[in-house]
Design a protein around this ligand. Structure first.
Ligand code: HEC
Length: 117
């Protein structure tokens, strides 16, 4: 009985753990996303948004915190960053994807970081 229990636990953890790891961005990916958000020549998000860990943040846009509560679906957050004018036609937020300010890969890293806030 004990052996069966140990074995089934083993099977459970080896099958579930890799799945979890695949979904969560790595620490390295989050650092790269953060660099894109904070670098002036890239995202420059701090010009308008307060972001934890960022210096001299502006308050033209809403503070970026509790992002999973406001954007449970990562795709909605990506869409906002890709082209904010879809949701708010008169927005001053740059359309990072539509205007190719950032590459699709950079946007993915950025979205992972912002979604983690
Ligand atoms: C020029 C100012 C400006 C810059 C730069 C800017 N934003 Fe925005 N952002 C805004 C404004 C203003 C809003 C409010 C809604 C709107 O107008 O679209 C907003 C809204 C958002 C929202 C939606 C927040 C919510 O709760 O609805 C997200 C997410 C966001 N911005 C992310 C970013 C990220 C990430 C960057 C950097 C890549 C960035 N923004 C750069 C001005 C800016």
């Amino acid at each position: 009985m004990r052996k069966i229990l140990t074995l089934s636990l083993l099977v459970f953890f080896t099958s579930v753990q890799p799945g979890l790891a695949d979904d969560a961005p790595t620490a390295e990916a989050l650092e790269r996303g953060k660099a894109i958000a904070f670098t002036r020549a890239k995202g420059n998000c701090l010009a308008c948004h307060l972001i934890q860990g960022g210096e001299l943040a502006g308050n033209y846009g809403p503070p970026l915190l509790l992002m999973k509560t406001r954007f449970p679906d990562r795709a909605d957050l990506r869409a906002q960053i890709w082209d904010a004018s879809v949701r708010e036609p008169t927005t001053r937020m740059p359309p990072y994807g539509r205007h190719r300010i950032l590459t699709e890969d950079e946007i993915d890293l950025l979205v992972d970081f912002i979604h983690s806030l």
